[in-house]
Design a protein around this ligand. Structure first.
Ligand code: SF4
Length: 338
């Protein structure tokens, strides 16, 4: 069983430069960890969300239509085993060389249930012979102590990544999106998740209305300070039947252009530690739900533009991260005194 924590000491620096990319990609990380290709398979366990059922807010996040977020939610729901089998059959052509998968509890809030139910669902996923770990998407205000203990327990026997929907550090943006919690919820979840046997990943959105370039980079600096294990990034995009769709239609909100996104995402990654895994650099939704911006549907082109921007600047993830700068500074001081 591979270690469930990423390598963080400089002695064991994960040499993602071998990947040919200028950032530490999740694909590289999983291959490094398991020794072969591993893909996520999305599951819908039927959870809701405290921001949808009225517990912390009503109506959900401004941009959220859960059906658009996951292939699994758009299909009639089978049990966990059945969903995995159906998805693997669909993925066979595209991922012919892949035999191992992470069960990805994706839509809604996947820790929002009594612990016994969570245990049963996670267990069902791990019982599948091709599933080698769990990825669990949730909100930072939905991990009470007993849930953290459960995630830790699963992390002791398998790879577990807990993905917190942080989105931004700016409370005014969290209010704008009707998130129902503030950044202090993320800080609290981080404090209680540190030094557990699961990885912590944070989801962040670039291009939120009212956020300046500096505001977005402040989120990057905070992620570097929090030292999460992984980050998922994408631009704010719009799907049908959401409040954001109405705001876009009236011109109250505009969405980030591709050039701006590419520059910002590279600036963002320059500030993250080189040991932080970049799990995602773009986002999209199925065309039948999608409104815009059009450019983010072409994820391959977005990735190429990001790679080209790194090349053009001759830069890389972590170049301006405070820990990298401190290490460079002390190395150059050592050289001067030797
Ligand atoms: S917290 Fe997640 S699932 Fe809940 S409304 Fe917001 S985006 Fe949707």
């Amino acid at each position: 069983m591979p270690s469930t924590k990423p390598l963080t000491s400089t002695d064991n620096f994960p040499d993602w430069r071998q990947s040919g990319l200028r950032y530490y990609s999740y694909r590289f990380r999983l291959r490094e960890l398991f020794g072969h290709r591993v893909q996520k398979v999305s599951l819908d366990a039927g959870f809701t969300c405290p921001n949808v059922d009225g517990t912390v807010a009503k109506g959900g996040c401004t941009f959220c239509d859960n059906r658009s977020f996951s292939p699994s939610r758009r299909l009639p729901r089978a049990d966990i085993r059945g969903q995995i089998d159906q998805s693997l059959a669909r993925m066979k052509v595209r991922y012919a060389d892949c035999e191992h998968f992470l069960a990805y509890f994706q839509p809604a809030t996947n820790t929002y249930a009594p612990v016994d139910r969570l245990r049963d669902l996670y267990e069902q996923a791990l019982e599948h012979p091709q599933v080698v770990g769990l990825a669990i998407g949730t909100r930072p205000d939905c991990v009470p102590e007993e849930v953290i203990a459960l995630l830790n327990e699963f992390g002791e026997r398998s790879y577990v990544s807990v993905e917190y929907g942080m989105q931004t550090i700016h409370d005014r943006s969290l209010d704008w999106m009707n998130r129902g919690c503030h950044h202090d919820a993320m800080l609290d979840a981080m404090r209680r998740s540190q030094d557990r046997r699961f990885e912590i990943s944070a989801h962040a959105i670039l291009g939120l209305p009212g956020e300046s370039h500096d505001d977005m980079l402040a989120t990057a600096r905070e992620l570097a300070r929090l030292n999460v294990d992984g980050v998922k990034l994408h631009n704010l995009y719009c799907v049908k039947n959401t409040k954001l769709a109405d705001q876009l239609a009236t011109g109250e909100v505009t969405l980030m252009g591709q050039d701006d996104y590419v520059r910002t995402v590279v600036d963002f990654m320059e500030l993250l530690p080189p040991t932080m895994v970049i799990e995602r650099i773009s986002g999209d939704a199925p065309p039948d739900y999608f409104i815009g911006p059009e450019w983010c549907l072409n994820k391959g082109a977005v990735k190429r533009e990001i790679d080209a921007e790194f090349e053009r600047r001759d830069t890389w993830q972590g170049k301006f991260c405070s820990s990298t700068l401190r290490a460079e500074d002390s190395a150059s001081r050592e050289q001067e005194t030797s």
